[in-house]
Design a protein around this ligand. Structure first.
Ligand code: ADP
Length: 262
């Protein structure tokens, strides 16, 4: 009885009269495990800043003799952690919107050089003068969703800044390549050991949790990038040498290229 009920539930995603093979059950079990892991991860990611917030609120609310300096420091900590939670919720919403669709949410010719000028300004602001920036930007545009592309390119640029120590170099390139269009960010940062590269776009996958959190990471940036690129039929290539730097290359198909948007 229980088994029959289970099967009818399992059949829902495979509706259309198809038989349920054991392979499908394995697949469904995998999806279920991923879902459970995801909920556990989100809960954990939210609990950590919440614990800090609650911990600092307590003395603020109850300790009449708390020195003014401590008060200011505790409030700054609370603000910091609340911002972290807010970033996480924003990224989760972005990701769930992207995952719900298989196409770009709105397509139009995107002025990529203008978009990159804005994103480079944001990257320089994040760097605070600690890195040298280089750019090599061709004039063509791209057919796609401006908001999605902003989010994907922005994540790759901010990662380069966040994982490159002071004094490093960050280079952004937009070019034609093999009939298609290429967006490339290279840095002289900490790099990524080869065994981690295939898993980078998994939700909450981080090579070094400490460094990710310290620099404001949510662990969702590259998952967002992955979905945007899927929507645009683009491919991501990552090359990296630990201690020397990384290069993230995004290759768009020829059909998406727009000669000039201006
Ligand atoms: P996060 O918010 O942790 O940066 P991402 O999904 O953007 O999450 O990236 C996943 C992980 O990939 C990061 O935690 C980091 O370990 C690694 N990573 C991403 N970009 C770079 C880079 N340019 N250099 C070195 N490591 C990187």
């Amino acid at each position: 009885q229980g088994q029959v009920r289970d099967l009818s539930v399992l059949l829902v995603p495979f509706a259309g009269g198809r038989l349920l093979y054991s392979r499908d059950v394995t697949q469904l079990q995998r999806v279920e495990t991923m879902r459970r892991d995801f909920i556990a991860n989100v809960s954990h990611e939210l609990r950590t800043p919440l614990t800090v917030i609650l911990g600092f609120l307590d003395p603020l609310a109850h300790d009449q003799d708390l020195p003014v300096e401590s008060r200011a420091r505790f409030l700054a900590m609370i603000q910091d952690q609340a911002q972290r939670m807010s970033r996480l919720v924003e990224d989760l919403l972005t990701l769930s919107r992207l995952e719900a669709k298989s196409d770009p949410q709105r397509e139009e010719p995107v002025d990529v050089p203008a978009l990159l000028a804005t994103l480079l300004d944001e990257g320089r602001a994040l760097s605070g003068g600690r890195h040298r920036f280089e750019e090599d930007i061709a004039p063509h545009g791209l057919m796609g969703c401006p908001l999605e592309l902003r989010s994907a390119f922005g994540n790759l640029i901010s990662n380069a800044v966040r994982y490159t120590p002071e004094g490093g170099r960050i280079k952004v390139r937009w070019a034609r390549e093999n009939e298609g269009a290429l967006f490339e960010v290279s840095d002289t940062g900490i790099g990524i050991p080869a065994e981690h590269i295939p898993r980078l776009t998994e939700r909450f996958y981080r090579v070094d949790k400490g460094r990710s959190t310290e620099t404001g990471g949510t662990g969702l940036g590259l998952s967002i990038v992955k979905h945007v690129l899927l929507h645009h039929q683009a491919r991501l290539d990552v090359e990296s040498t630990p201690g020397q730097g990384s290069r993230f290359r995004v290759l768009f198909p020829a059909g998406r290229m727009v000669a000039s948007v201006r």
